[in-house]
Design a binder for this molecule. Structure first.
Ligand SMILES: [Fe+2]
Ligand SMILES: [Fe+2]
Length: 401
């Protein structure tokens, strides 16, 4: 039977009083310091959701907090596969996840037993337990001596299992056993919230992609263009080592970058010859129109700025606002390069697309004037590794031989 937090605190106060009553003040302080550290860690764990990171990153951070909290050499968070009666985890360094390390929810293995009974499991000596024969090779490699497993339960359903392997103080004791319960409750909240945020984000991305497709229906060039710009922007963003949150905003902003074209009349948008000055002036309003559509969504302000400033230039000659240098957010500058590159290599009814190498040279030529220097450098690094560049190199060699 697991004791609740208030019972634990009462026990702590009693044990401190007992220690102090027999003159063991130093020992009492040590116990108190350890408890404080553990509860601080518990708070740290609860705050992970507010980092606004993706599930993989949160899980990685949670593992590092849990190692300290549970004083163990290794911690593994197993997540239930909703489609199967199994739990899985992805060992760090594994190329792809599902199927790598799976545990059936039954009594044949440690993780499955914990989930099956929805109860904390303490394995005193792993090698004497019959279930040790069913351990995956990855766990065997960790040379487990003892283990503490706790189910992550939400609304009566198992969401996962947290597994601590090898206590750093010899073996898991009564205190670890009680503490893992509090840890599991906190971790369940973190995992639930993070998965929910990720689900909402993906749903939102689907909605805005559908919105972007609506422009594609008006102009077939713009439809494919949006997807390609999102891809090029993603490649440049990765090369710039952007944070997960920035990458997420970049992806959304790239999908939405031409959303304002929804407000441009068809005769201009679908025109099969080059635009005249008056038409181009109207077309240049699309970032402003996009802002009118999405600008009121406060939580999207970084995404919206990425969209509304994608035609600005560091030298101030862009449109529609004429911003300069650092006034233009990085996300907008990345979309600017991705957008221009795609526009140059795409064939329009009135002109043939340029070869990628010519478009690349054009981007480099306007480094620091039309485009951000950092973004162009990252674009170049990506392009020179891309299949586009490699196929050009092969062609060059073929012609030379
Ligand atoms: Fe645009
Ligand atoms: Fe565009």
């Amino acid at each position: 039977m697991i004791k609740k937090k208030d019972v634990l605190i009462e026990e702590l106060i009693n044990s401190l009083k007992n220690l102090e009553s027999v003159g063991k003040t130093d020992e009492a302080h040590e116990v108190l310091a350890k408890k404080i550290l553990r509860y601080e860690g518990l708070i740290e764990l609860g705050q992970l959701t507010s980092l606004n990171q993706d599930f993989k990153t949160i899980k990685k951070k949670a593992v590092s907090v849990l190692k300290k909290l549970l004083e163990s050499e290794h911690v593994i968070i197993h997540i239930k596969d909703p489609k199967k009666n199994e739990l899985y985890y992805v060992p760090s360094g594994a190329a792809s996840g599902l199927g790598k390390c799976r545990s059936k929810i039954d009594e044949t293995n440690f993780v499955g037993s914990c989930a099956h009974h929805m109860a904390i499991l303490h394995i005193d000596d792993v090698k004497y337990d019959i279930r040790s024969g069913r351990m995956t090779s990855y766990i065997k490699d960790l040379e487990p001596k003892n283990m503490l497993l706790s189910p992550l339960v939400s609304k009566g359903e198992v969401l996962g299992v947290v597994q601590a392997i090898n206590s750093t103080h010899g073996n898991f004791d009564e205190e670890d056993y009680h503490f893992v319960d509090a840890v599991s409750n906190q971790l369940t909240n973190v995992i639930e919230n993070t998965l929910l945020i990720e689900k909402l984000h993906n749903q939102f991305l689907q909605v805005i992609s559908a919105l972007a497709d609506a422009i594609g229906k008006k102009d077939s060039y713009t439809g494919g263009h949006t997807k390609r710009v999102a891809h090029f922007a993603d490649c440049i963003g990765k090369e710039m080592d952007l944070t997960t949150t920035d990458m997420r905003d970049l992806k959304m902003a790239a999908v939405l970058h031409d959303i304002g074209k929804i407000g441009i009349e068809d005769k201009i948008l679908k025109k099969e010859t080059a635009l005249n000055d008056e038409e181009f002036k109207i077309m240049k309003e699309h970032p402003r129109l996009g802002y009118e559509i999405l600008g009121h969504i406060e939580s999207l302000h970084r995404v919206v700025d990425g969209m509304r400033f994608h035609h600005e230039r560091p030298d101030g000659k862009g449109y529609p606002f004429g911003l300069k240098g650092d006034e233009i957010p990085t996300i907008a500058m990345i979309i600017s390069v991705a957008d221009t590159f795609d526009a140059m290599i795409s064939t329009r009814p009135y002109r043939k697309g340029l070869p990628p190498m010519v478009a690349y040279d054009e981007i480099v030529k306007f480094r620091g004037t039309q485009f951000s220097e950092d973004v162009v450098d990252s674009f170049c690094r990506w392009f020179e590794k891309s299949s586009m560049y490699k196929s050009l190199e092969v062609d060059k060699k073929r012609k030379a031989s």
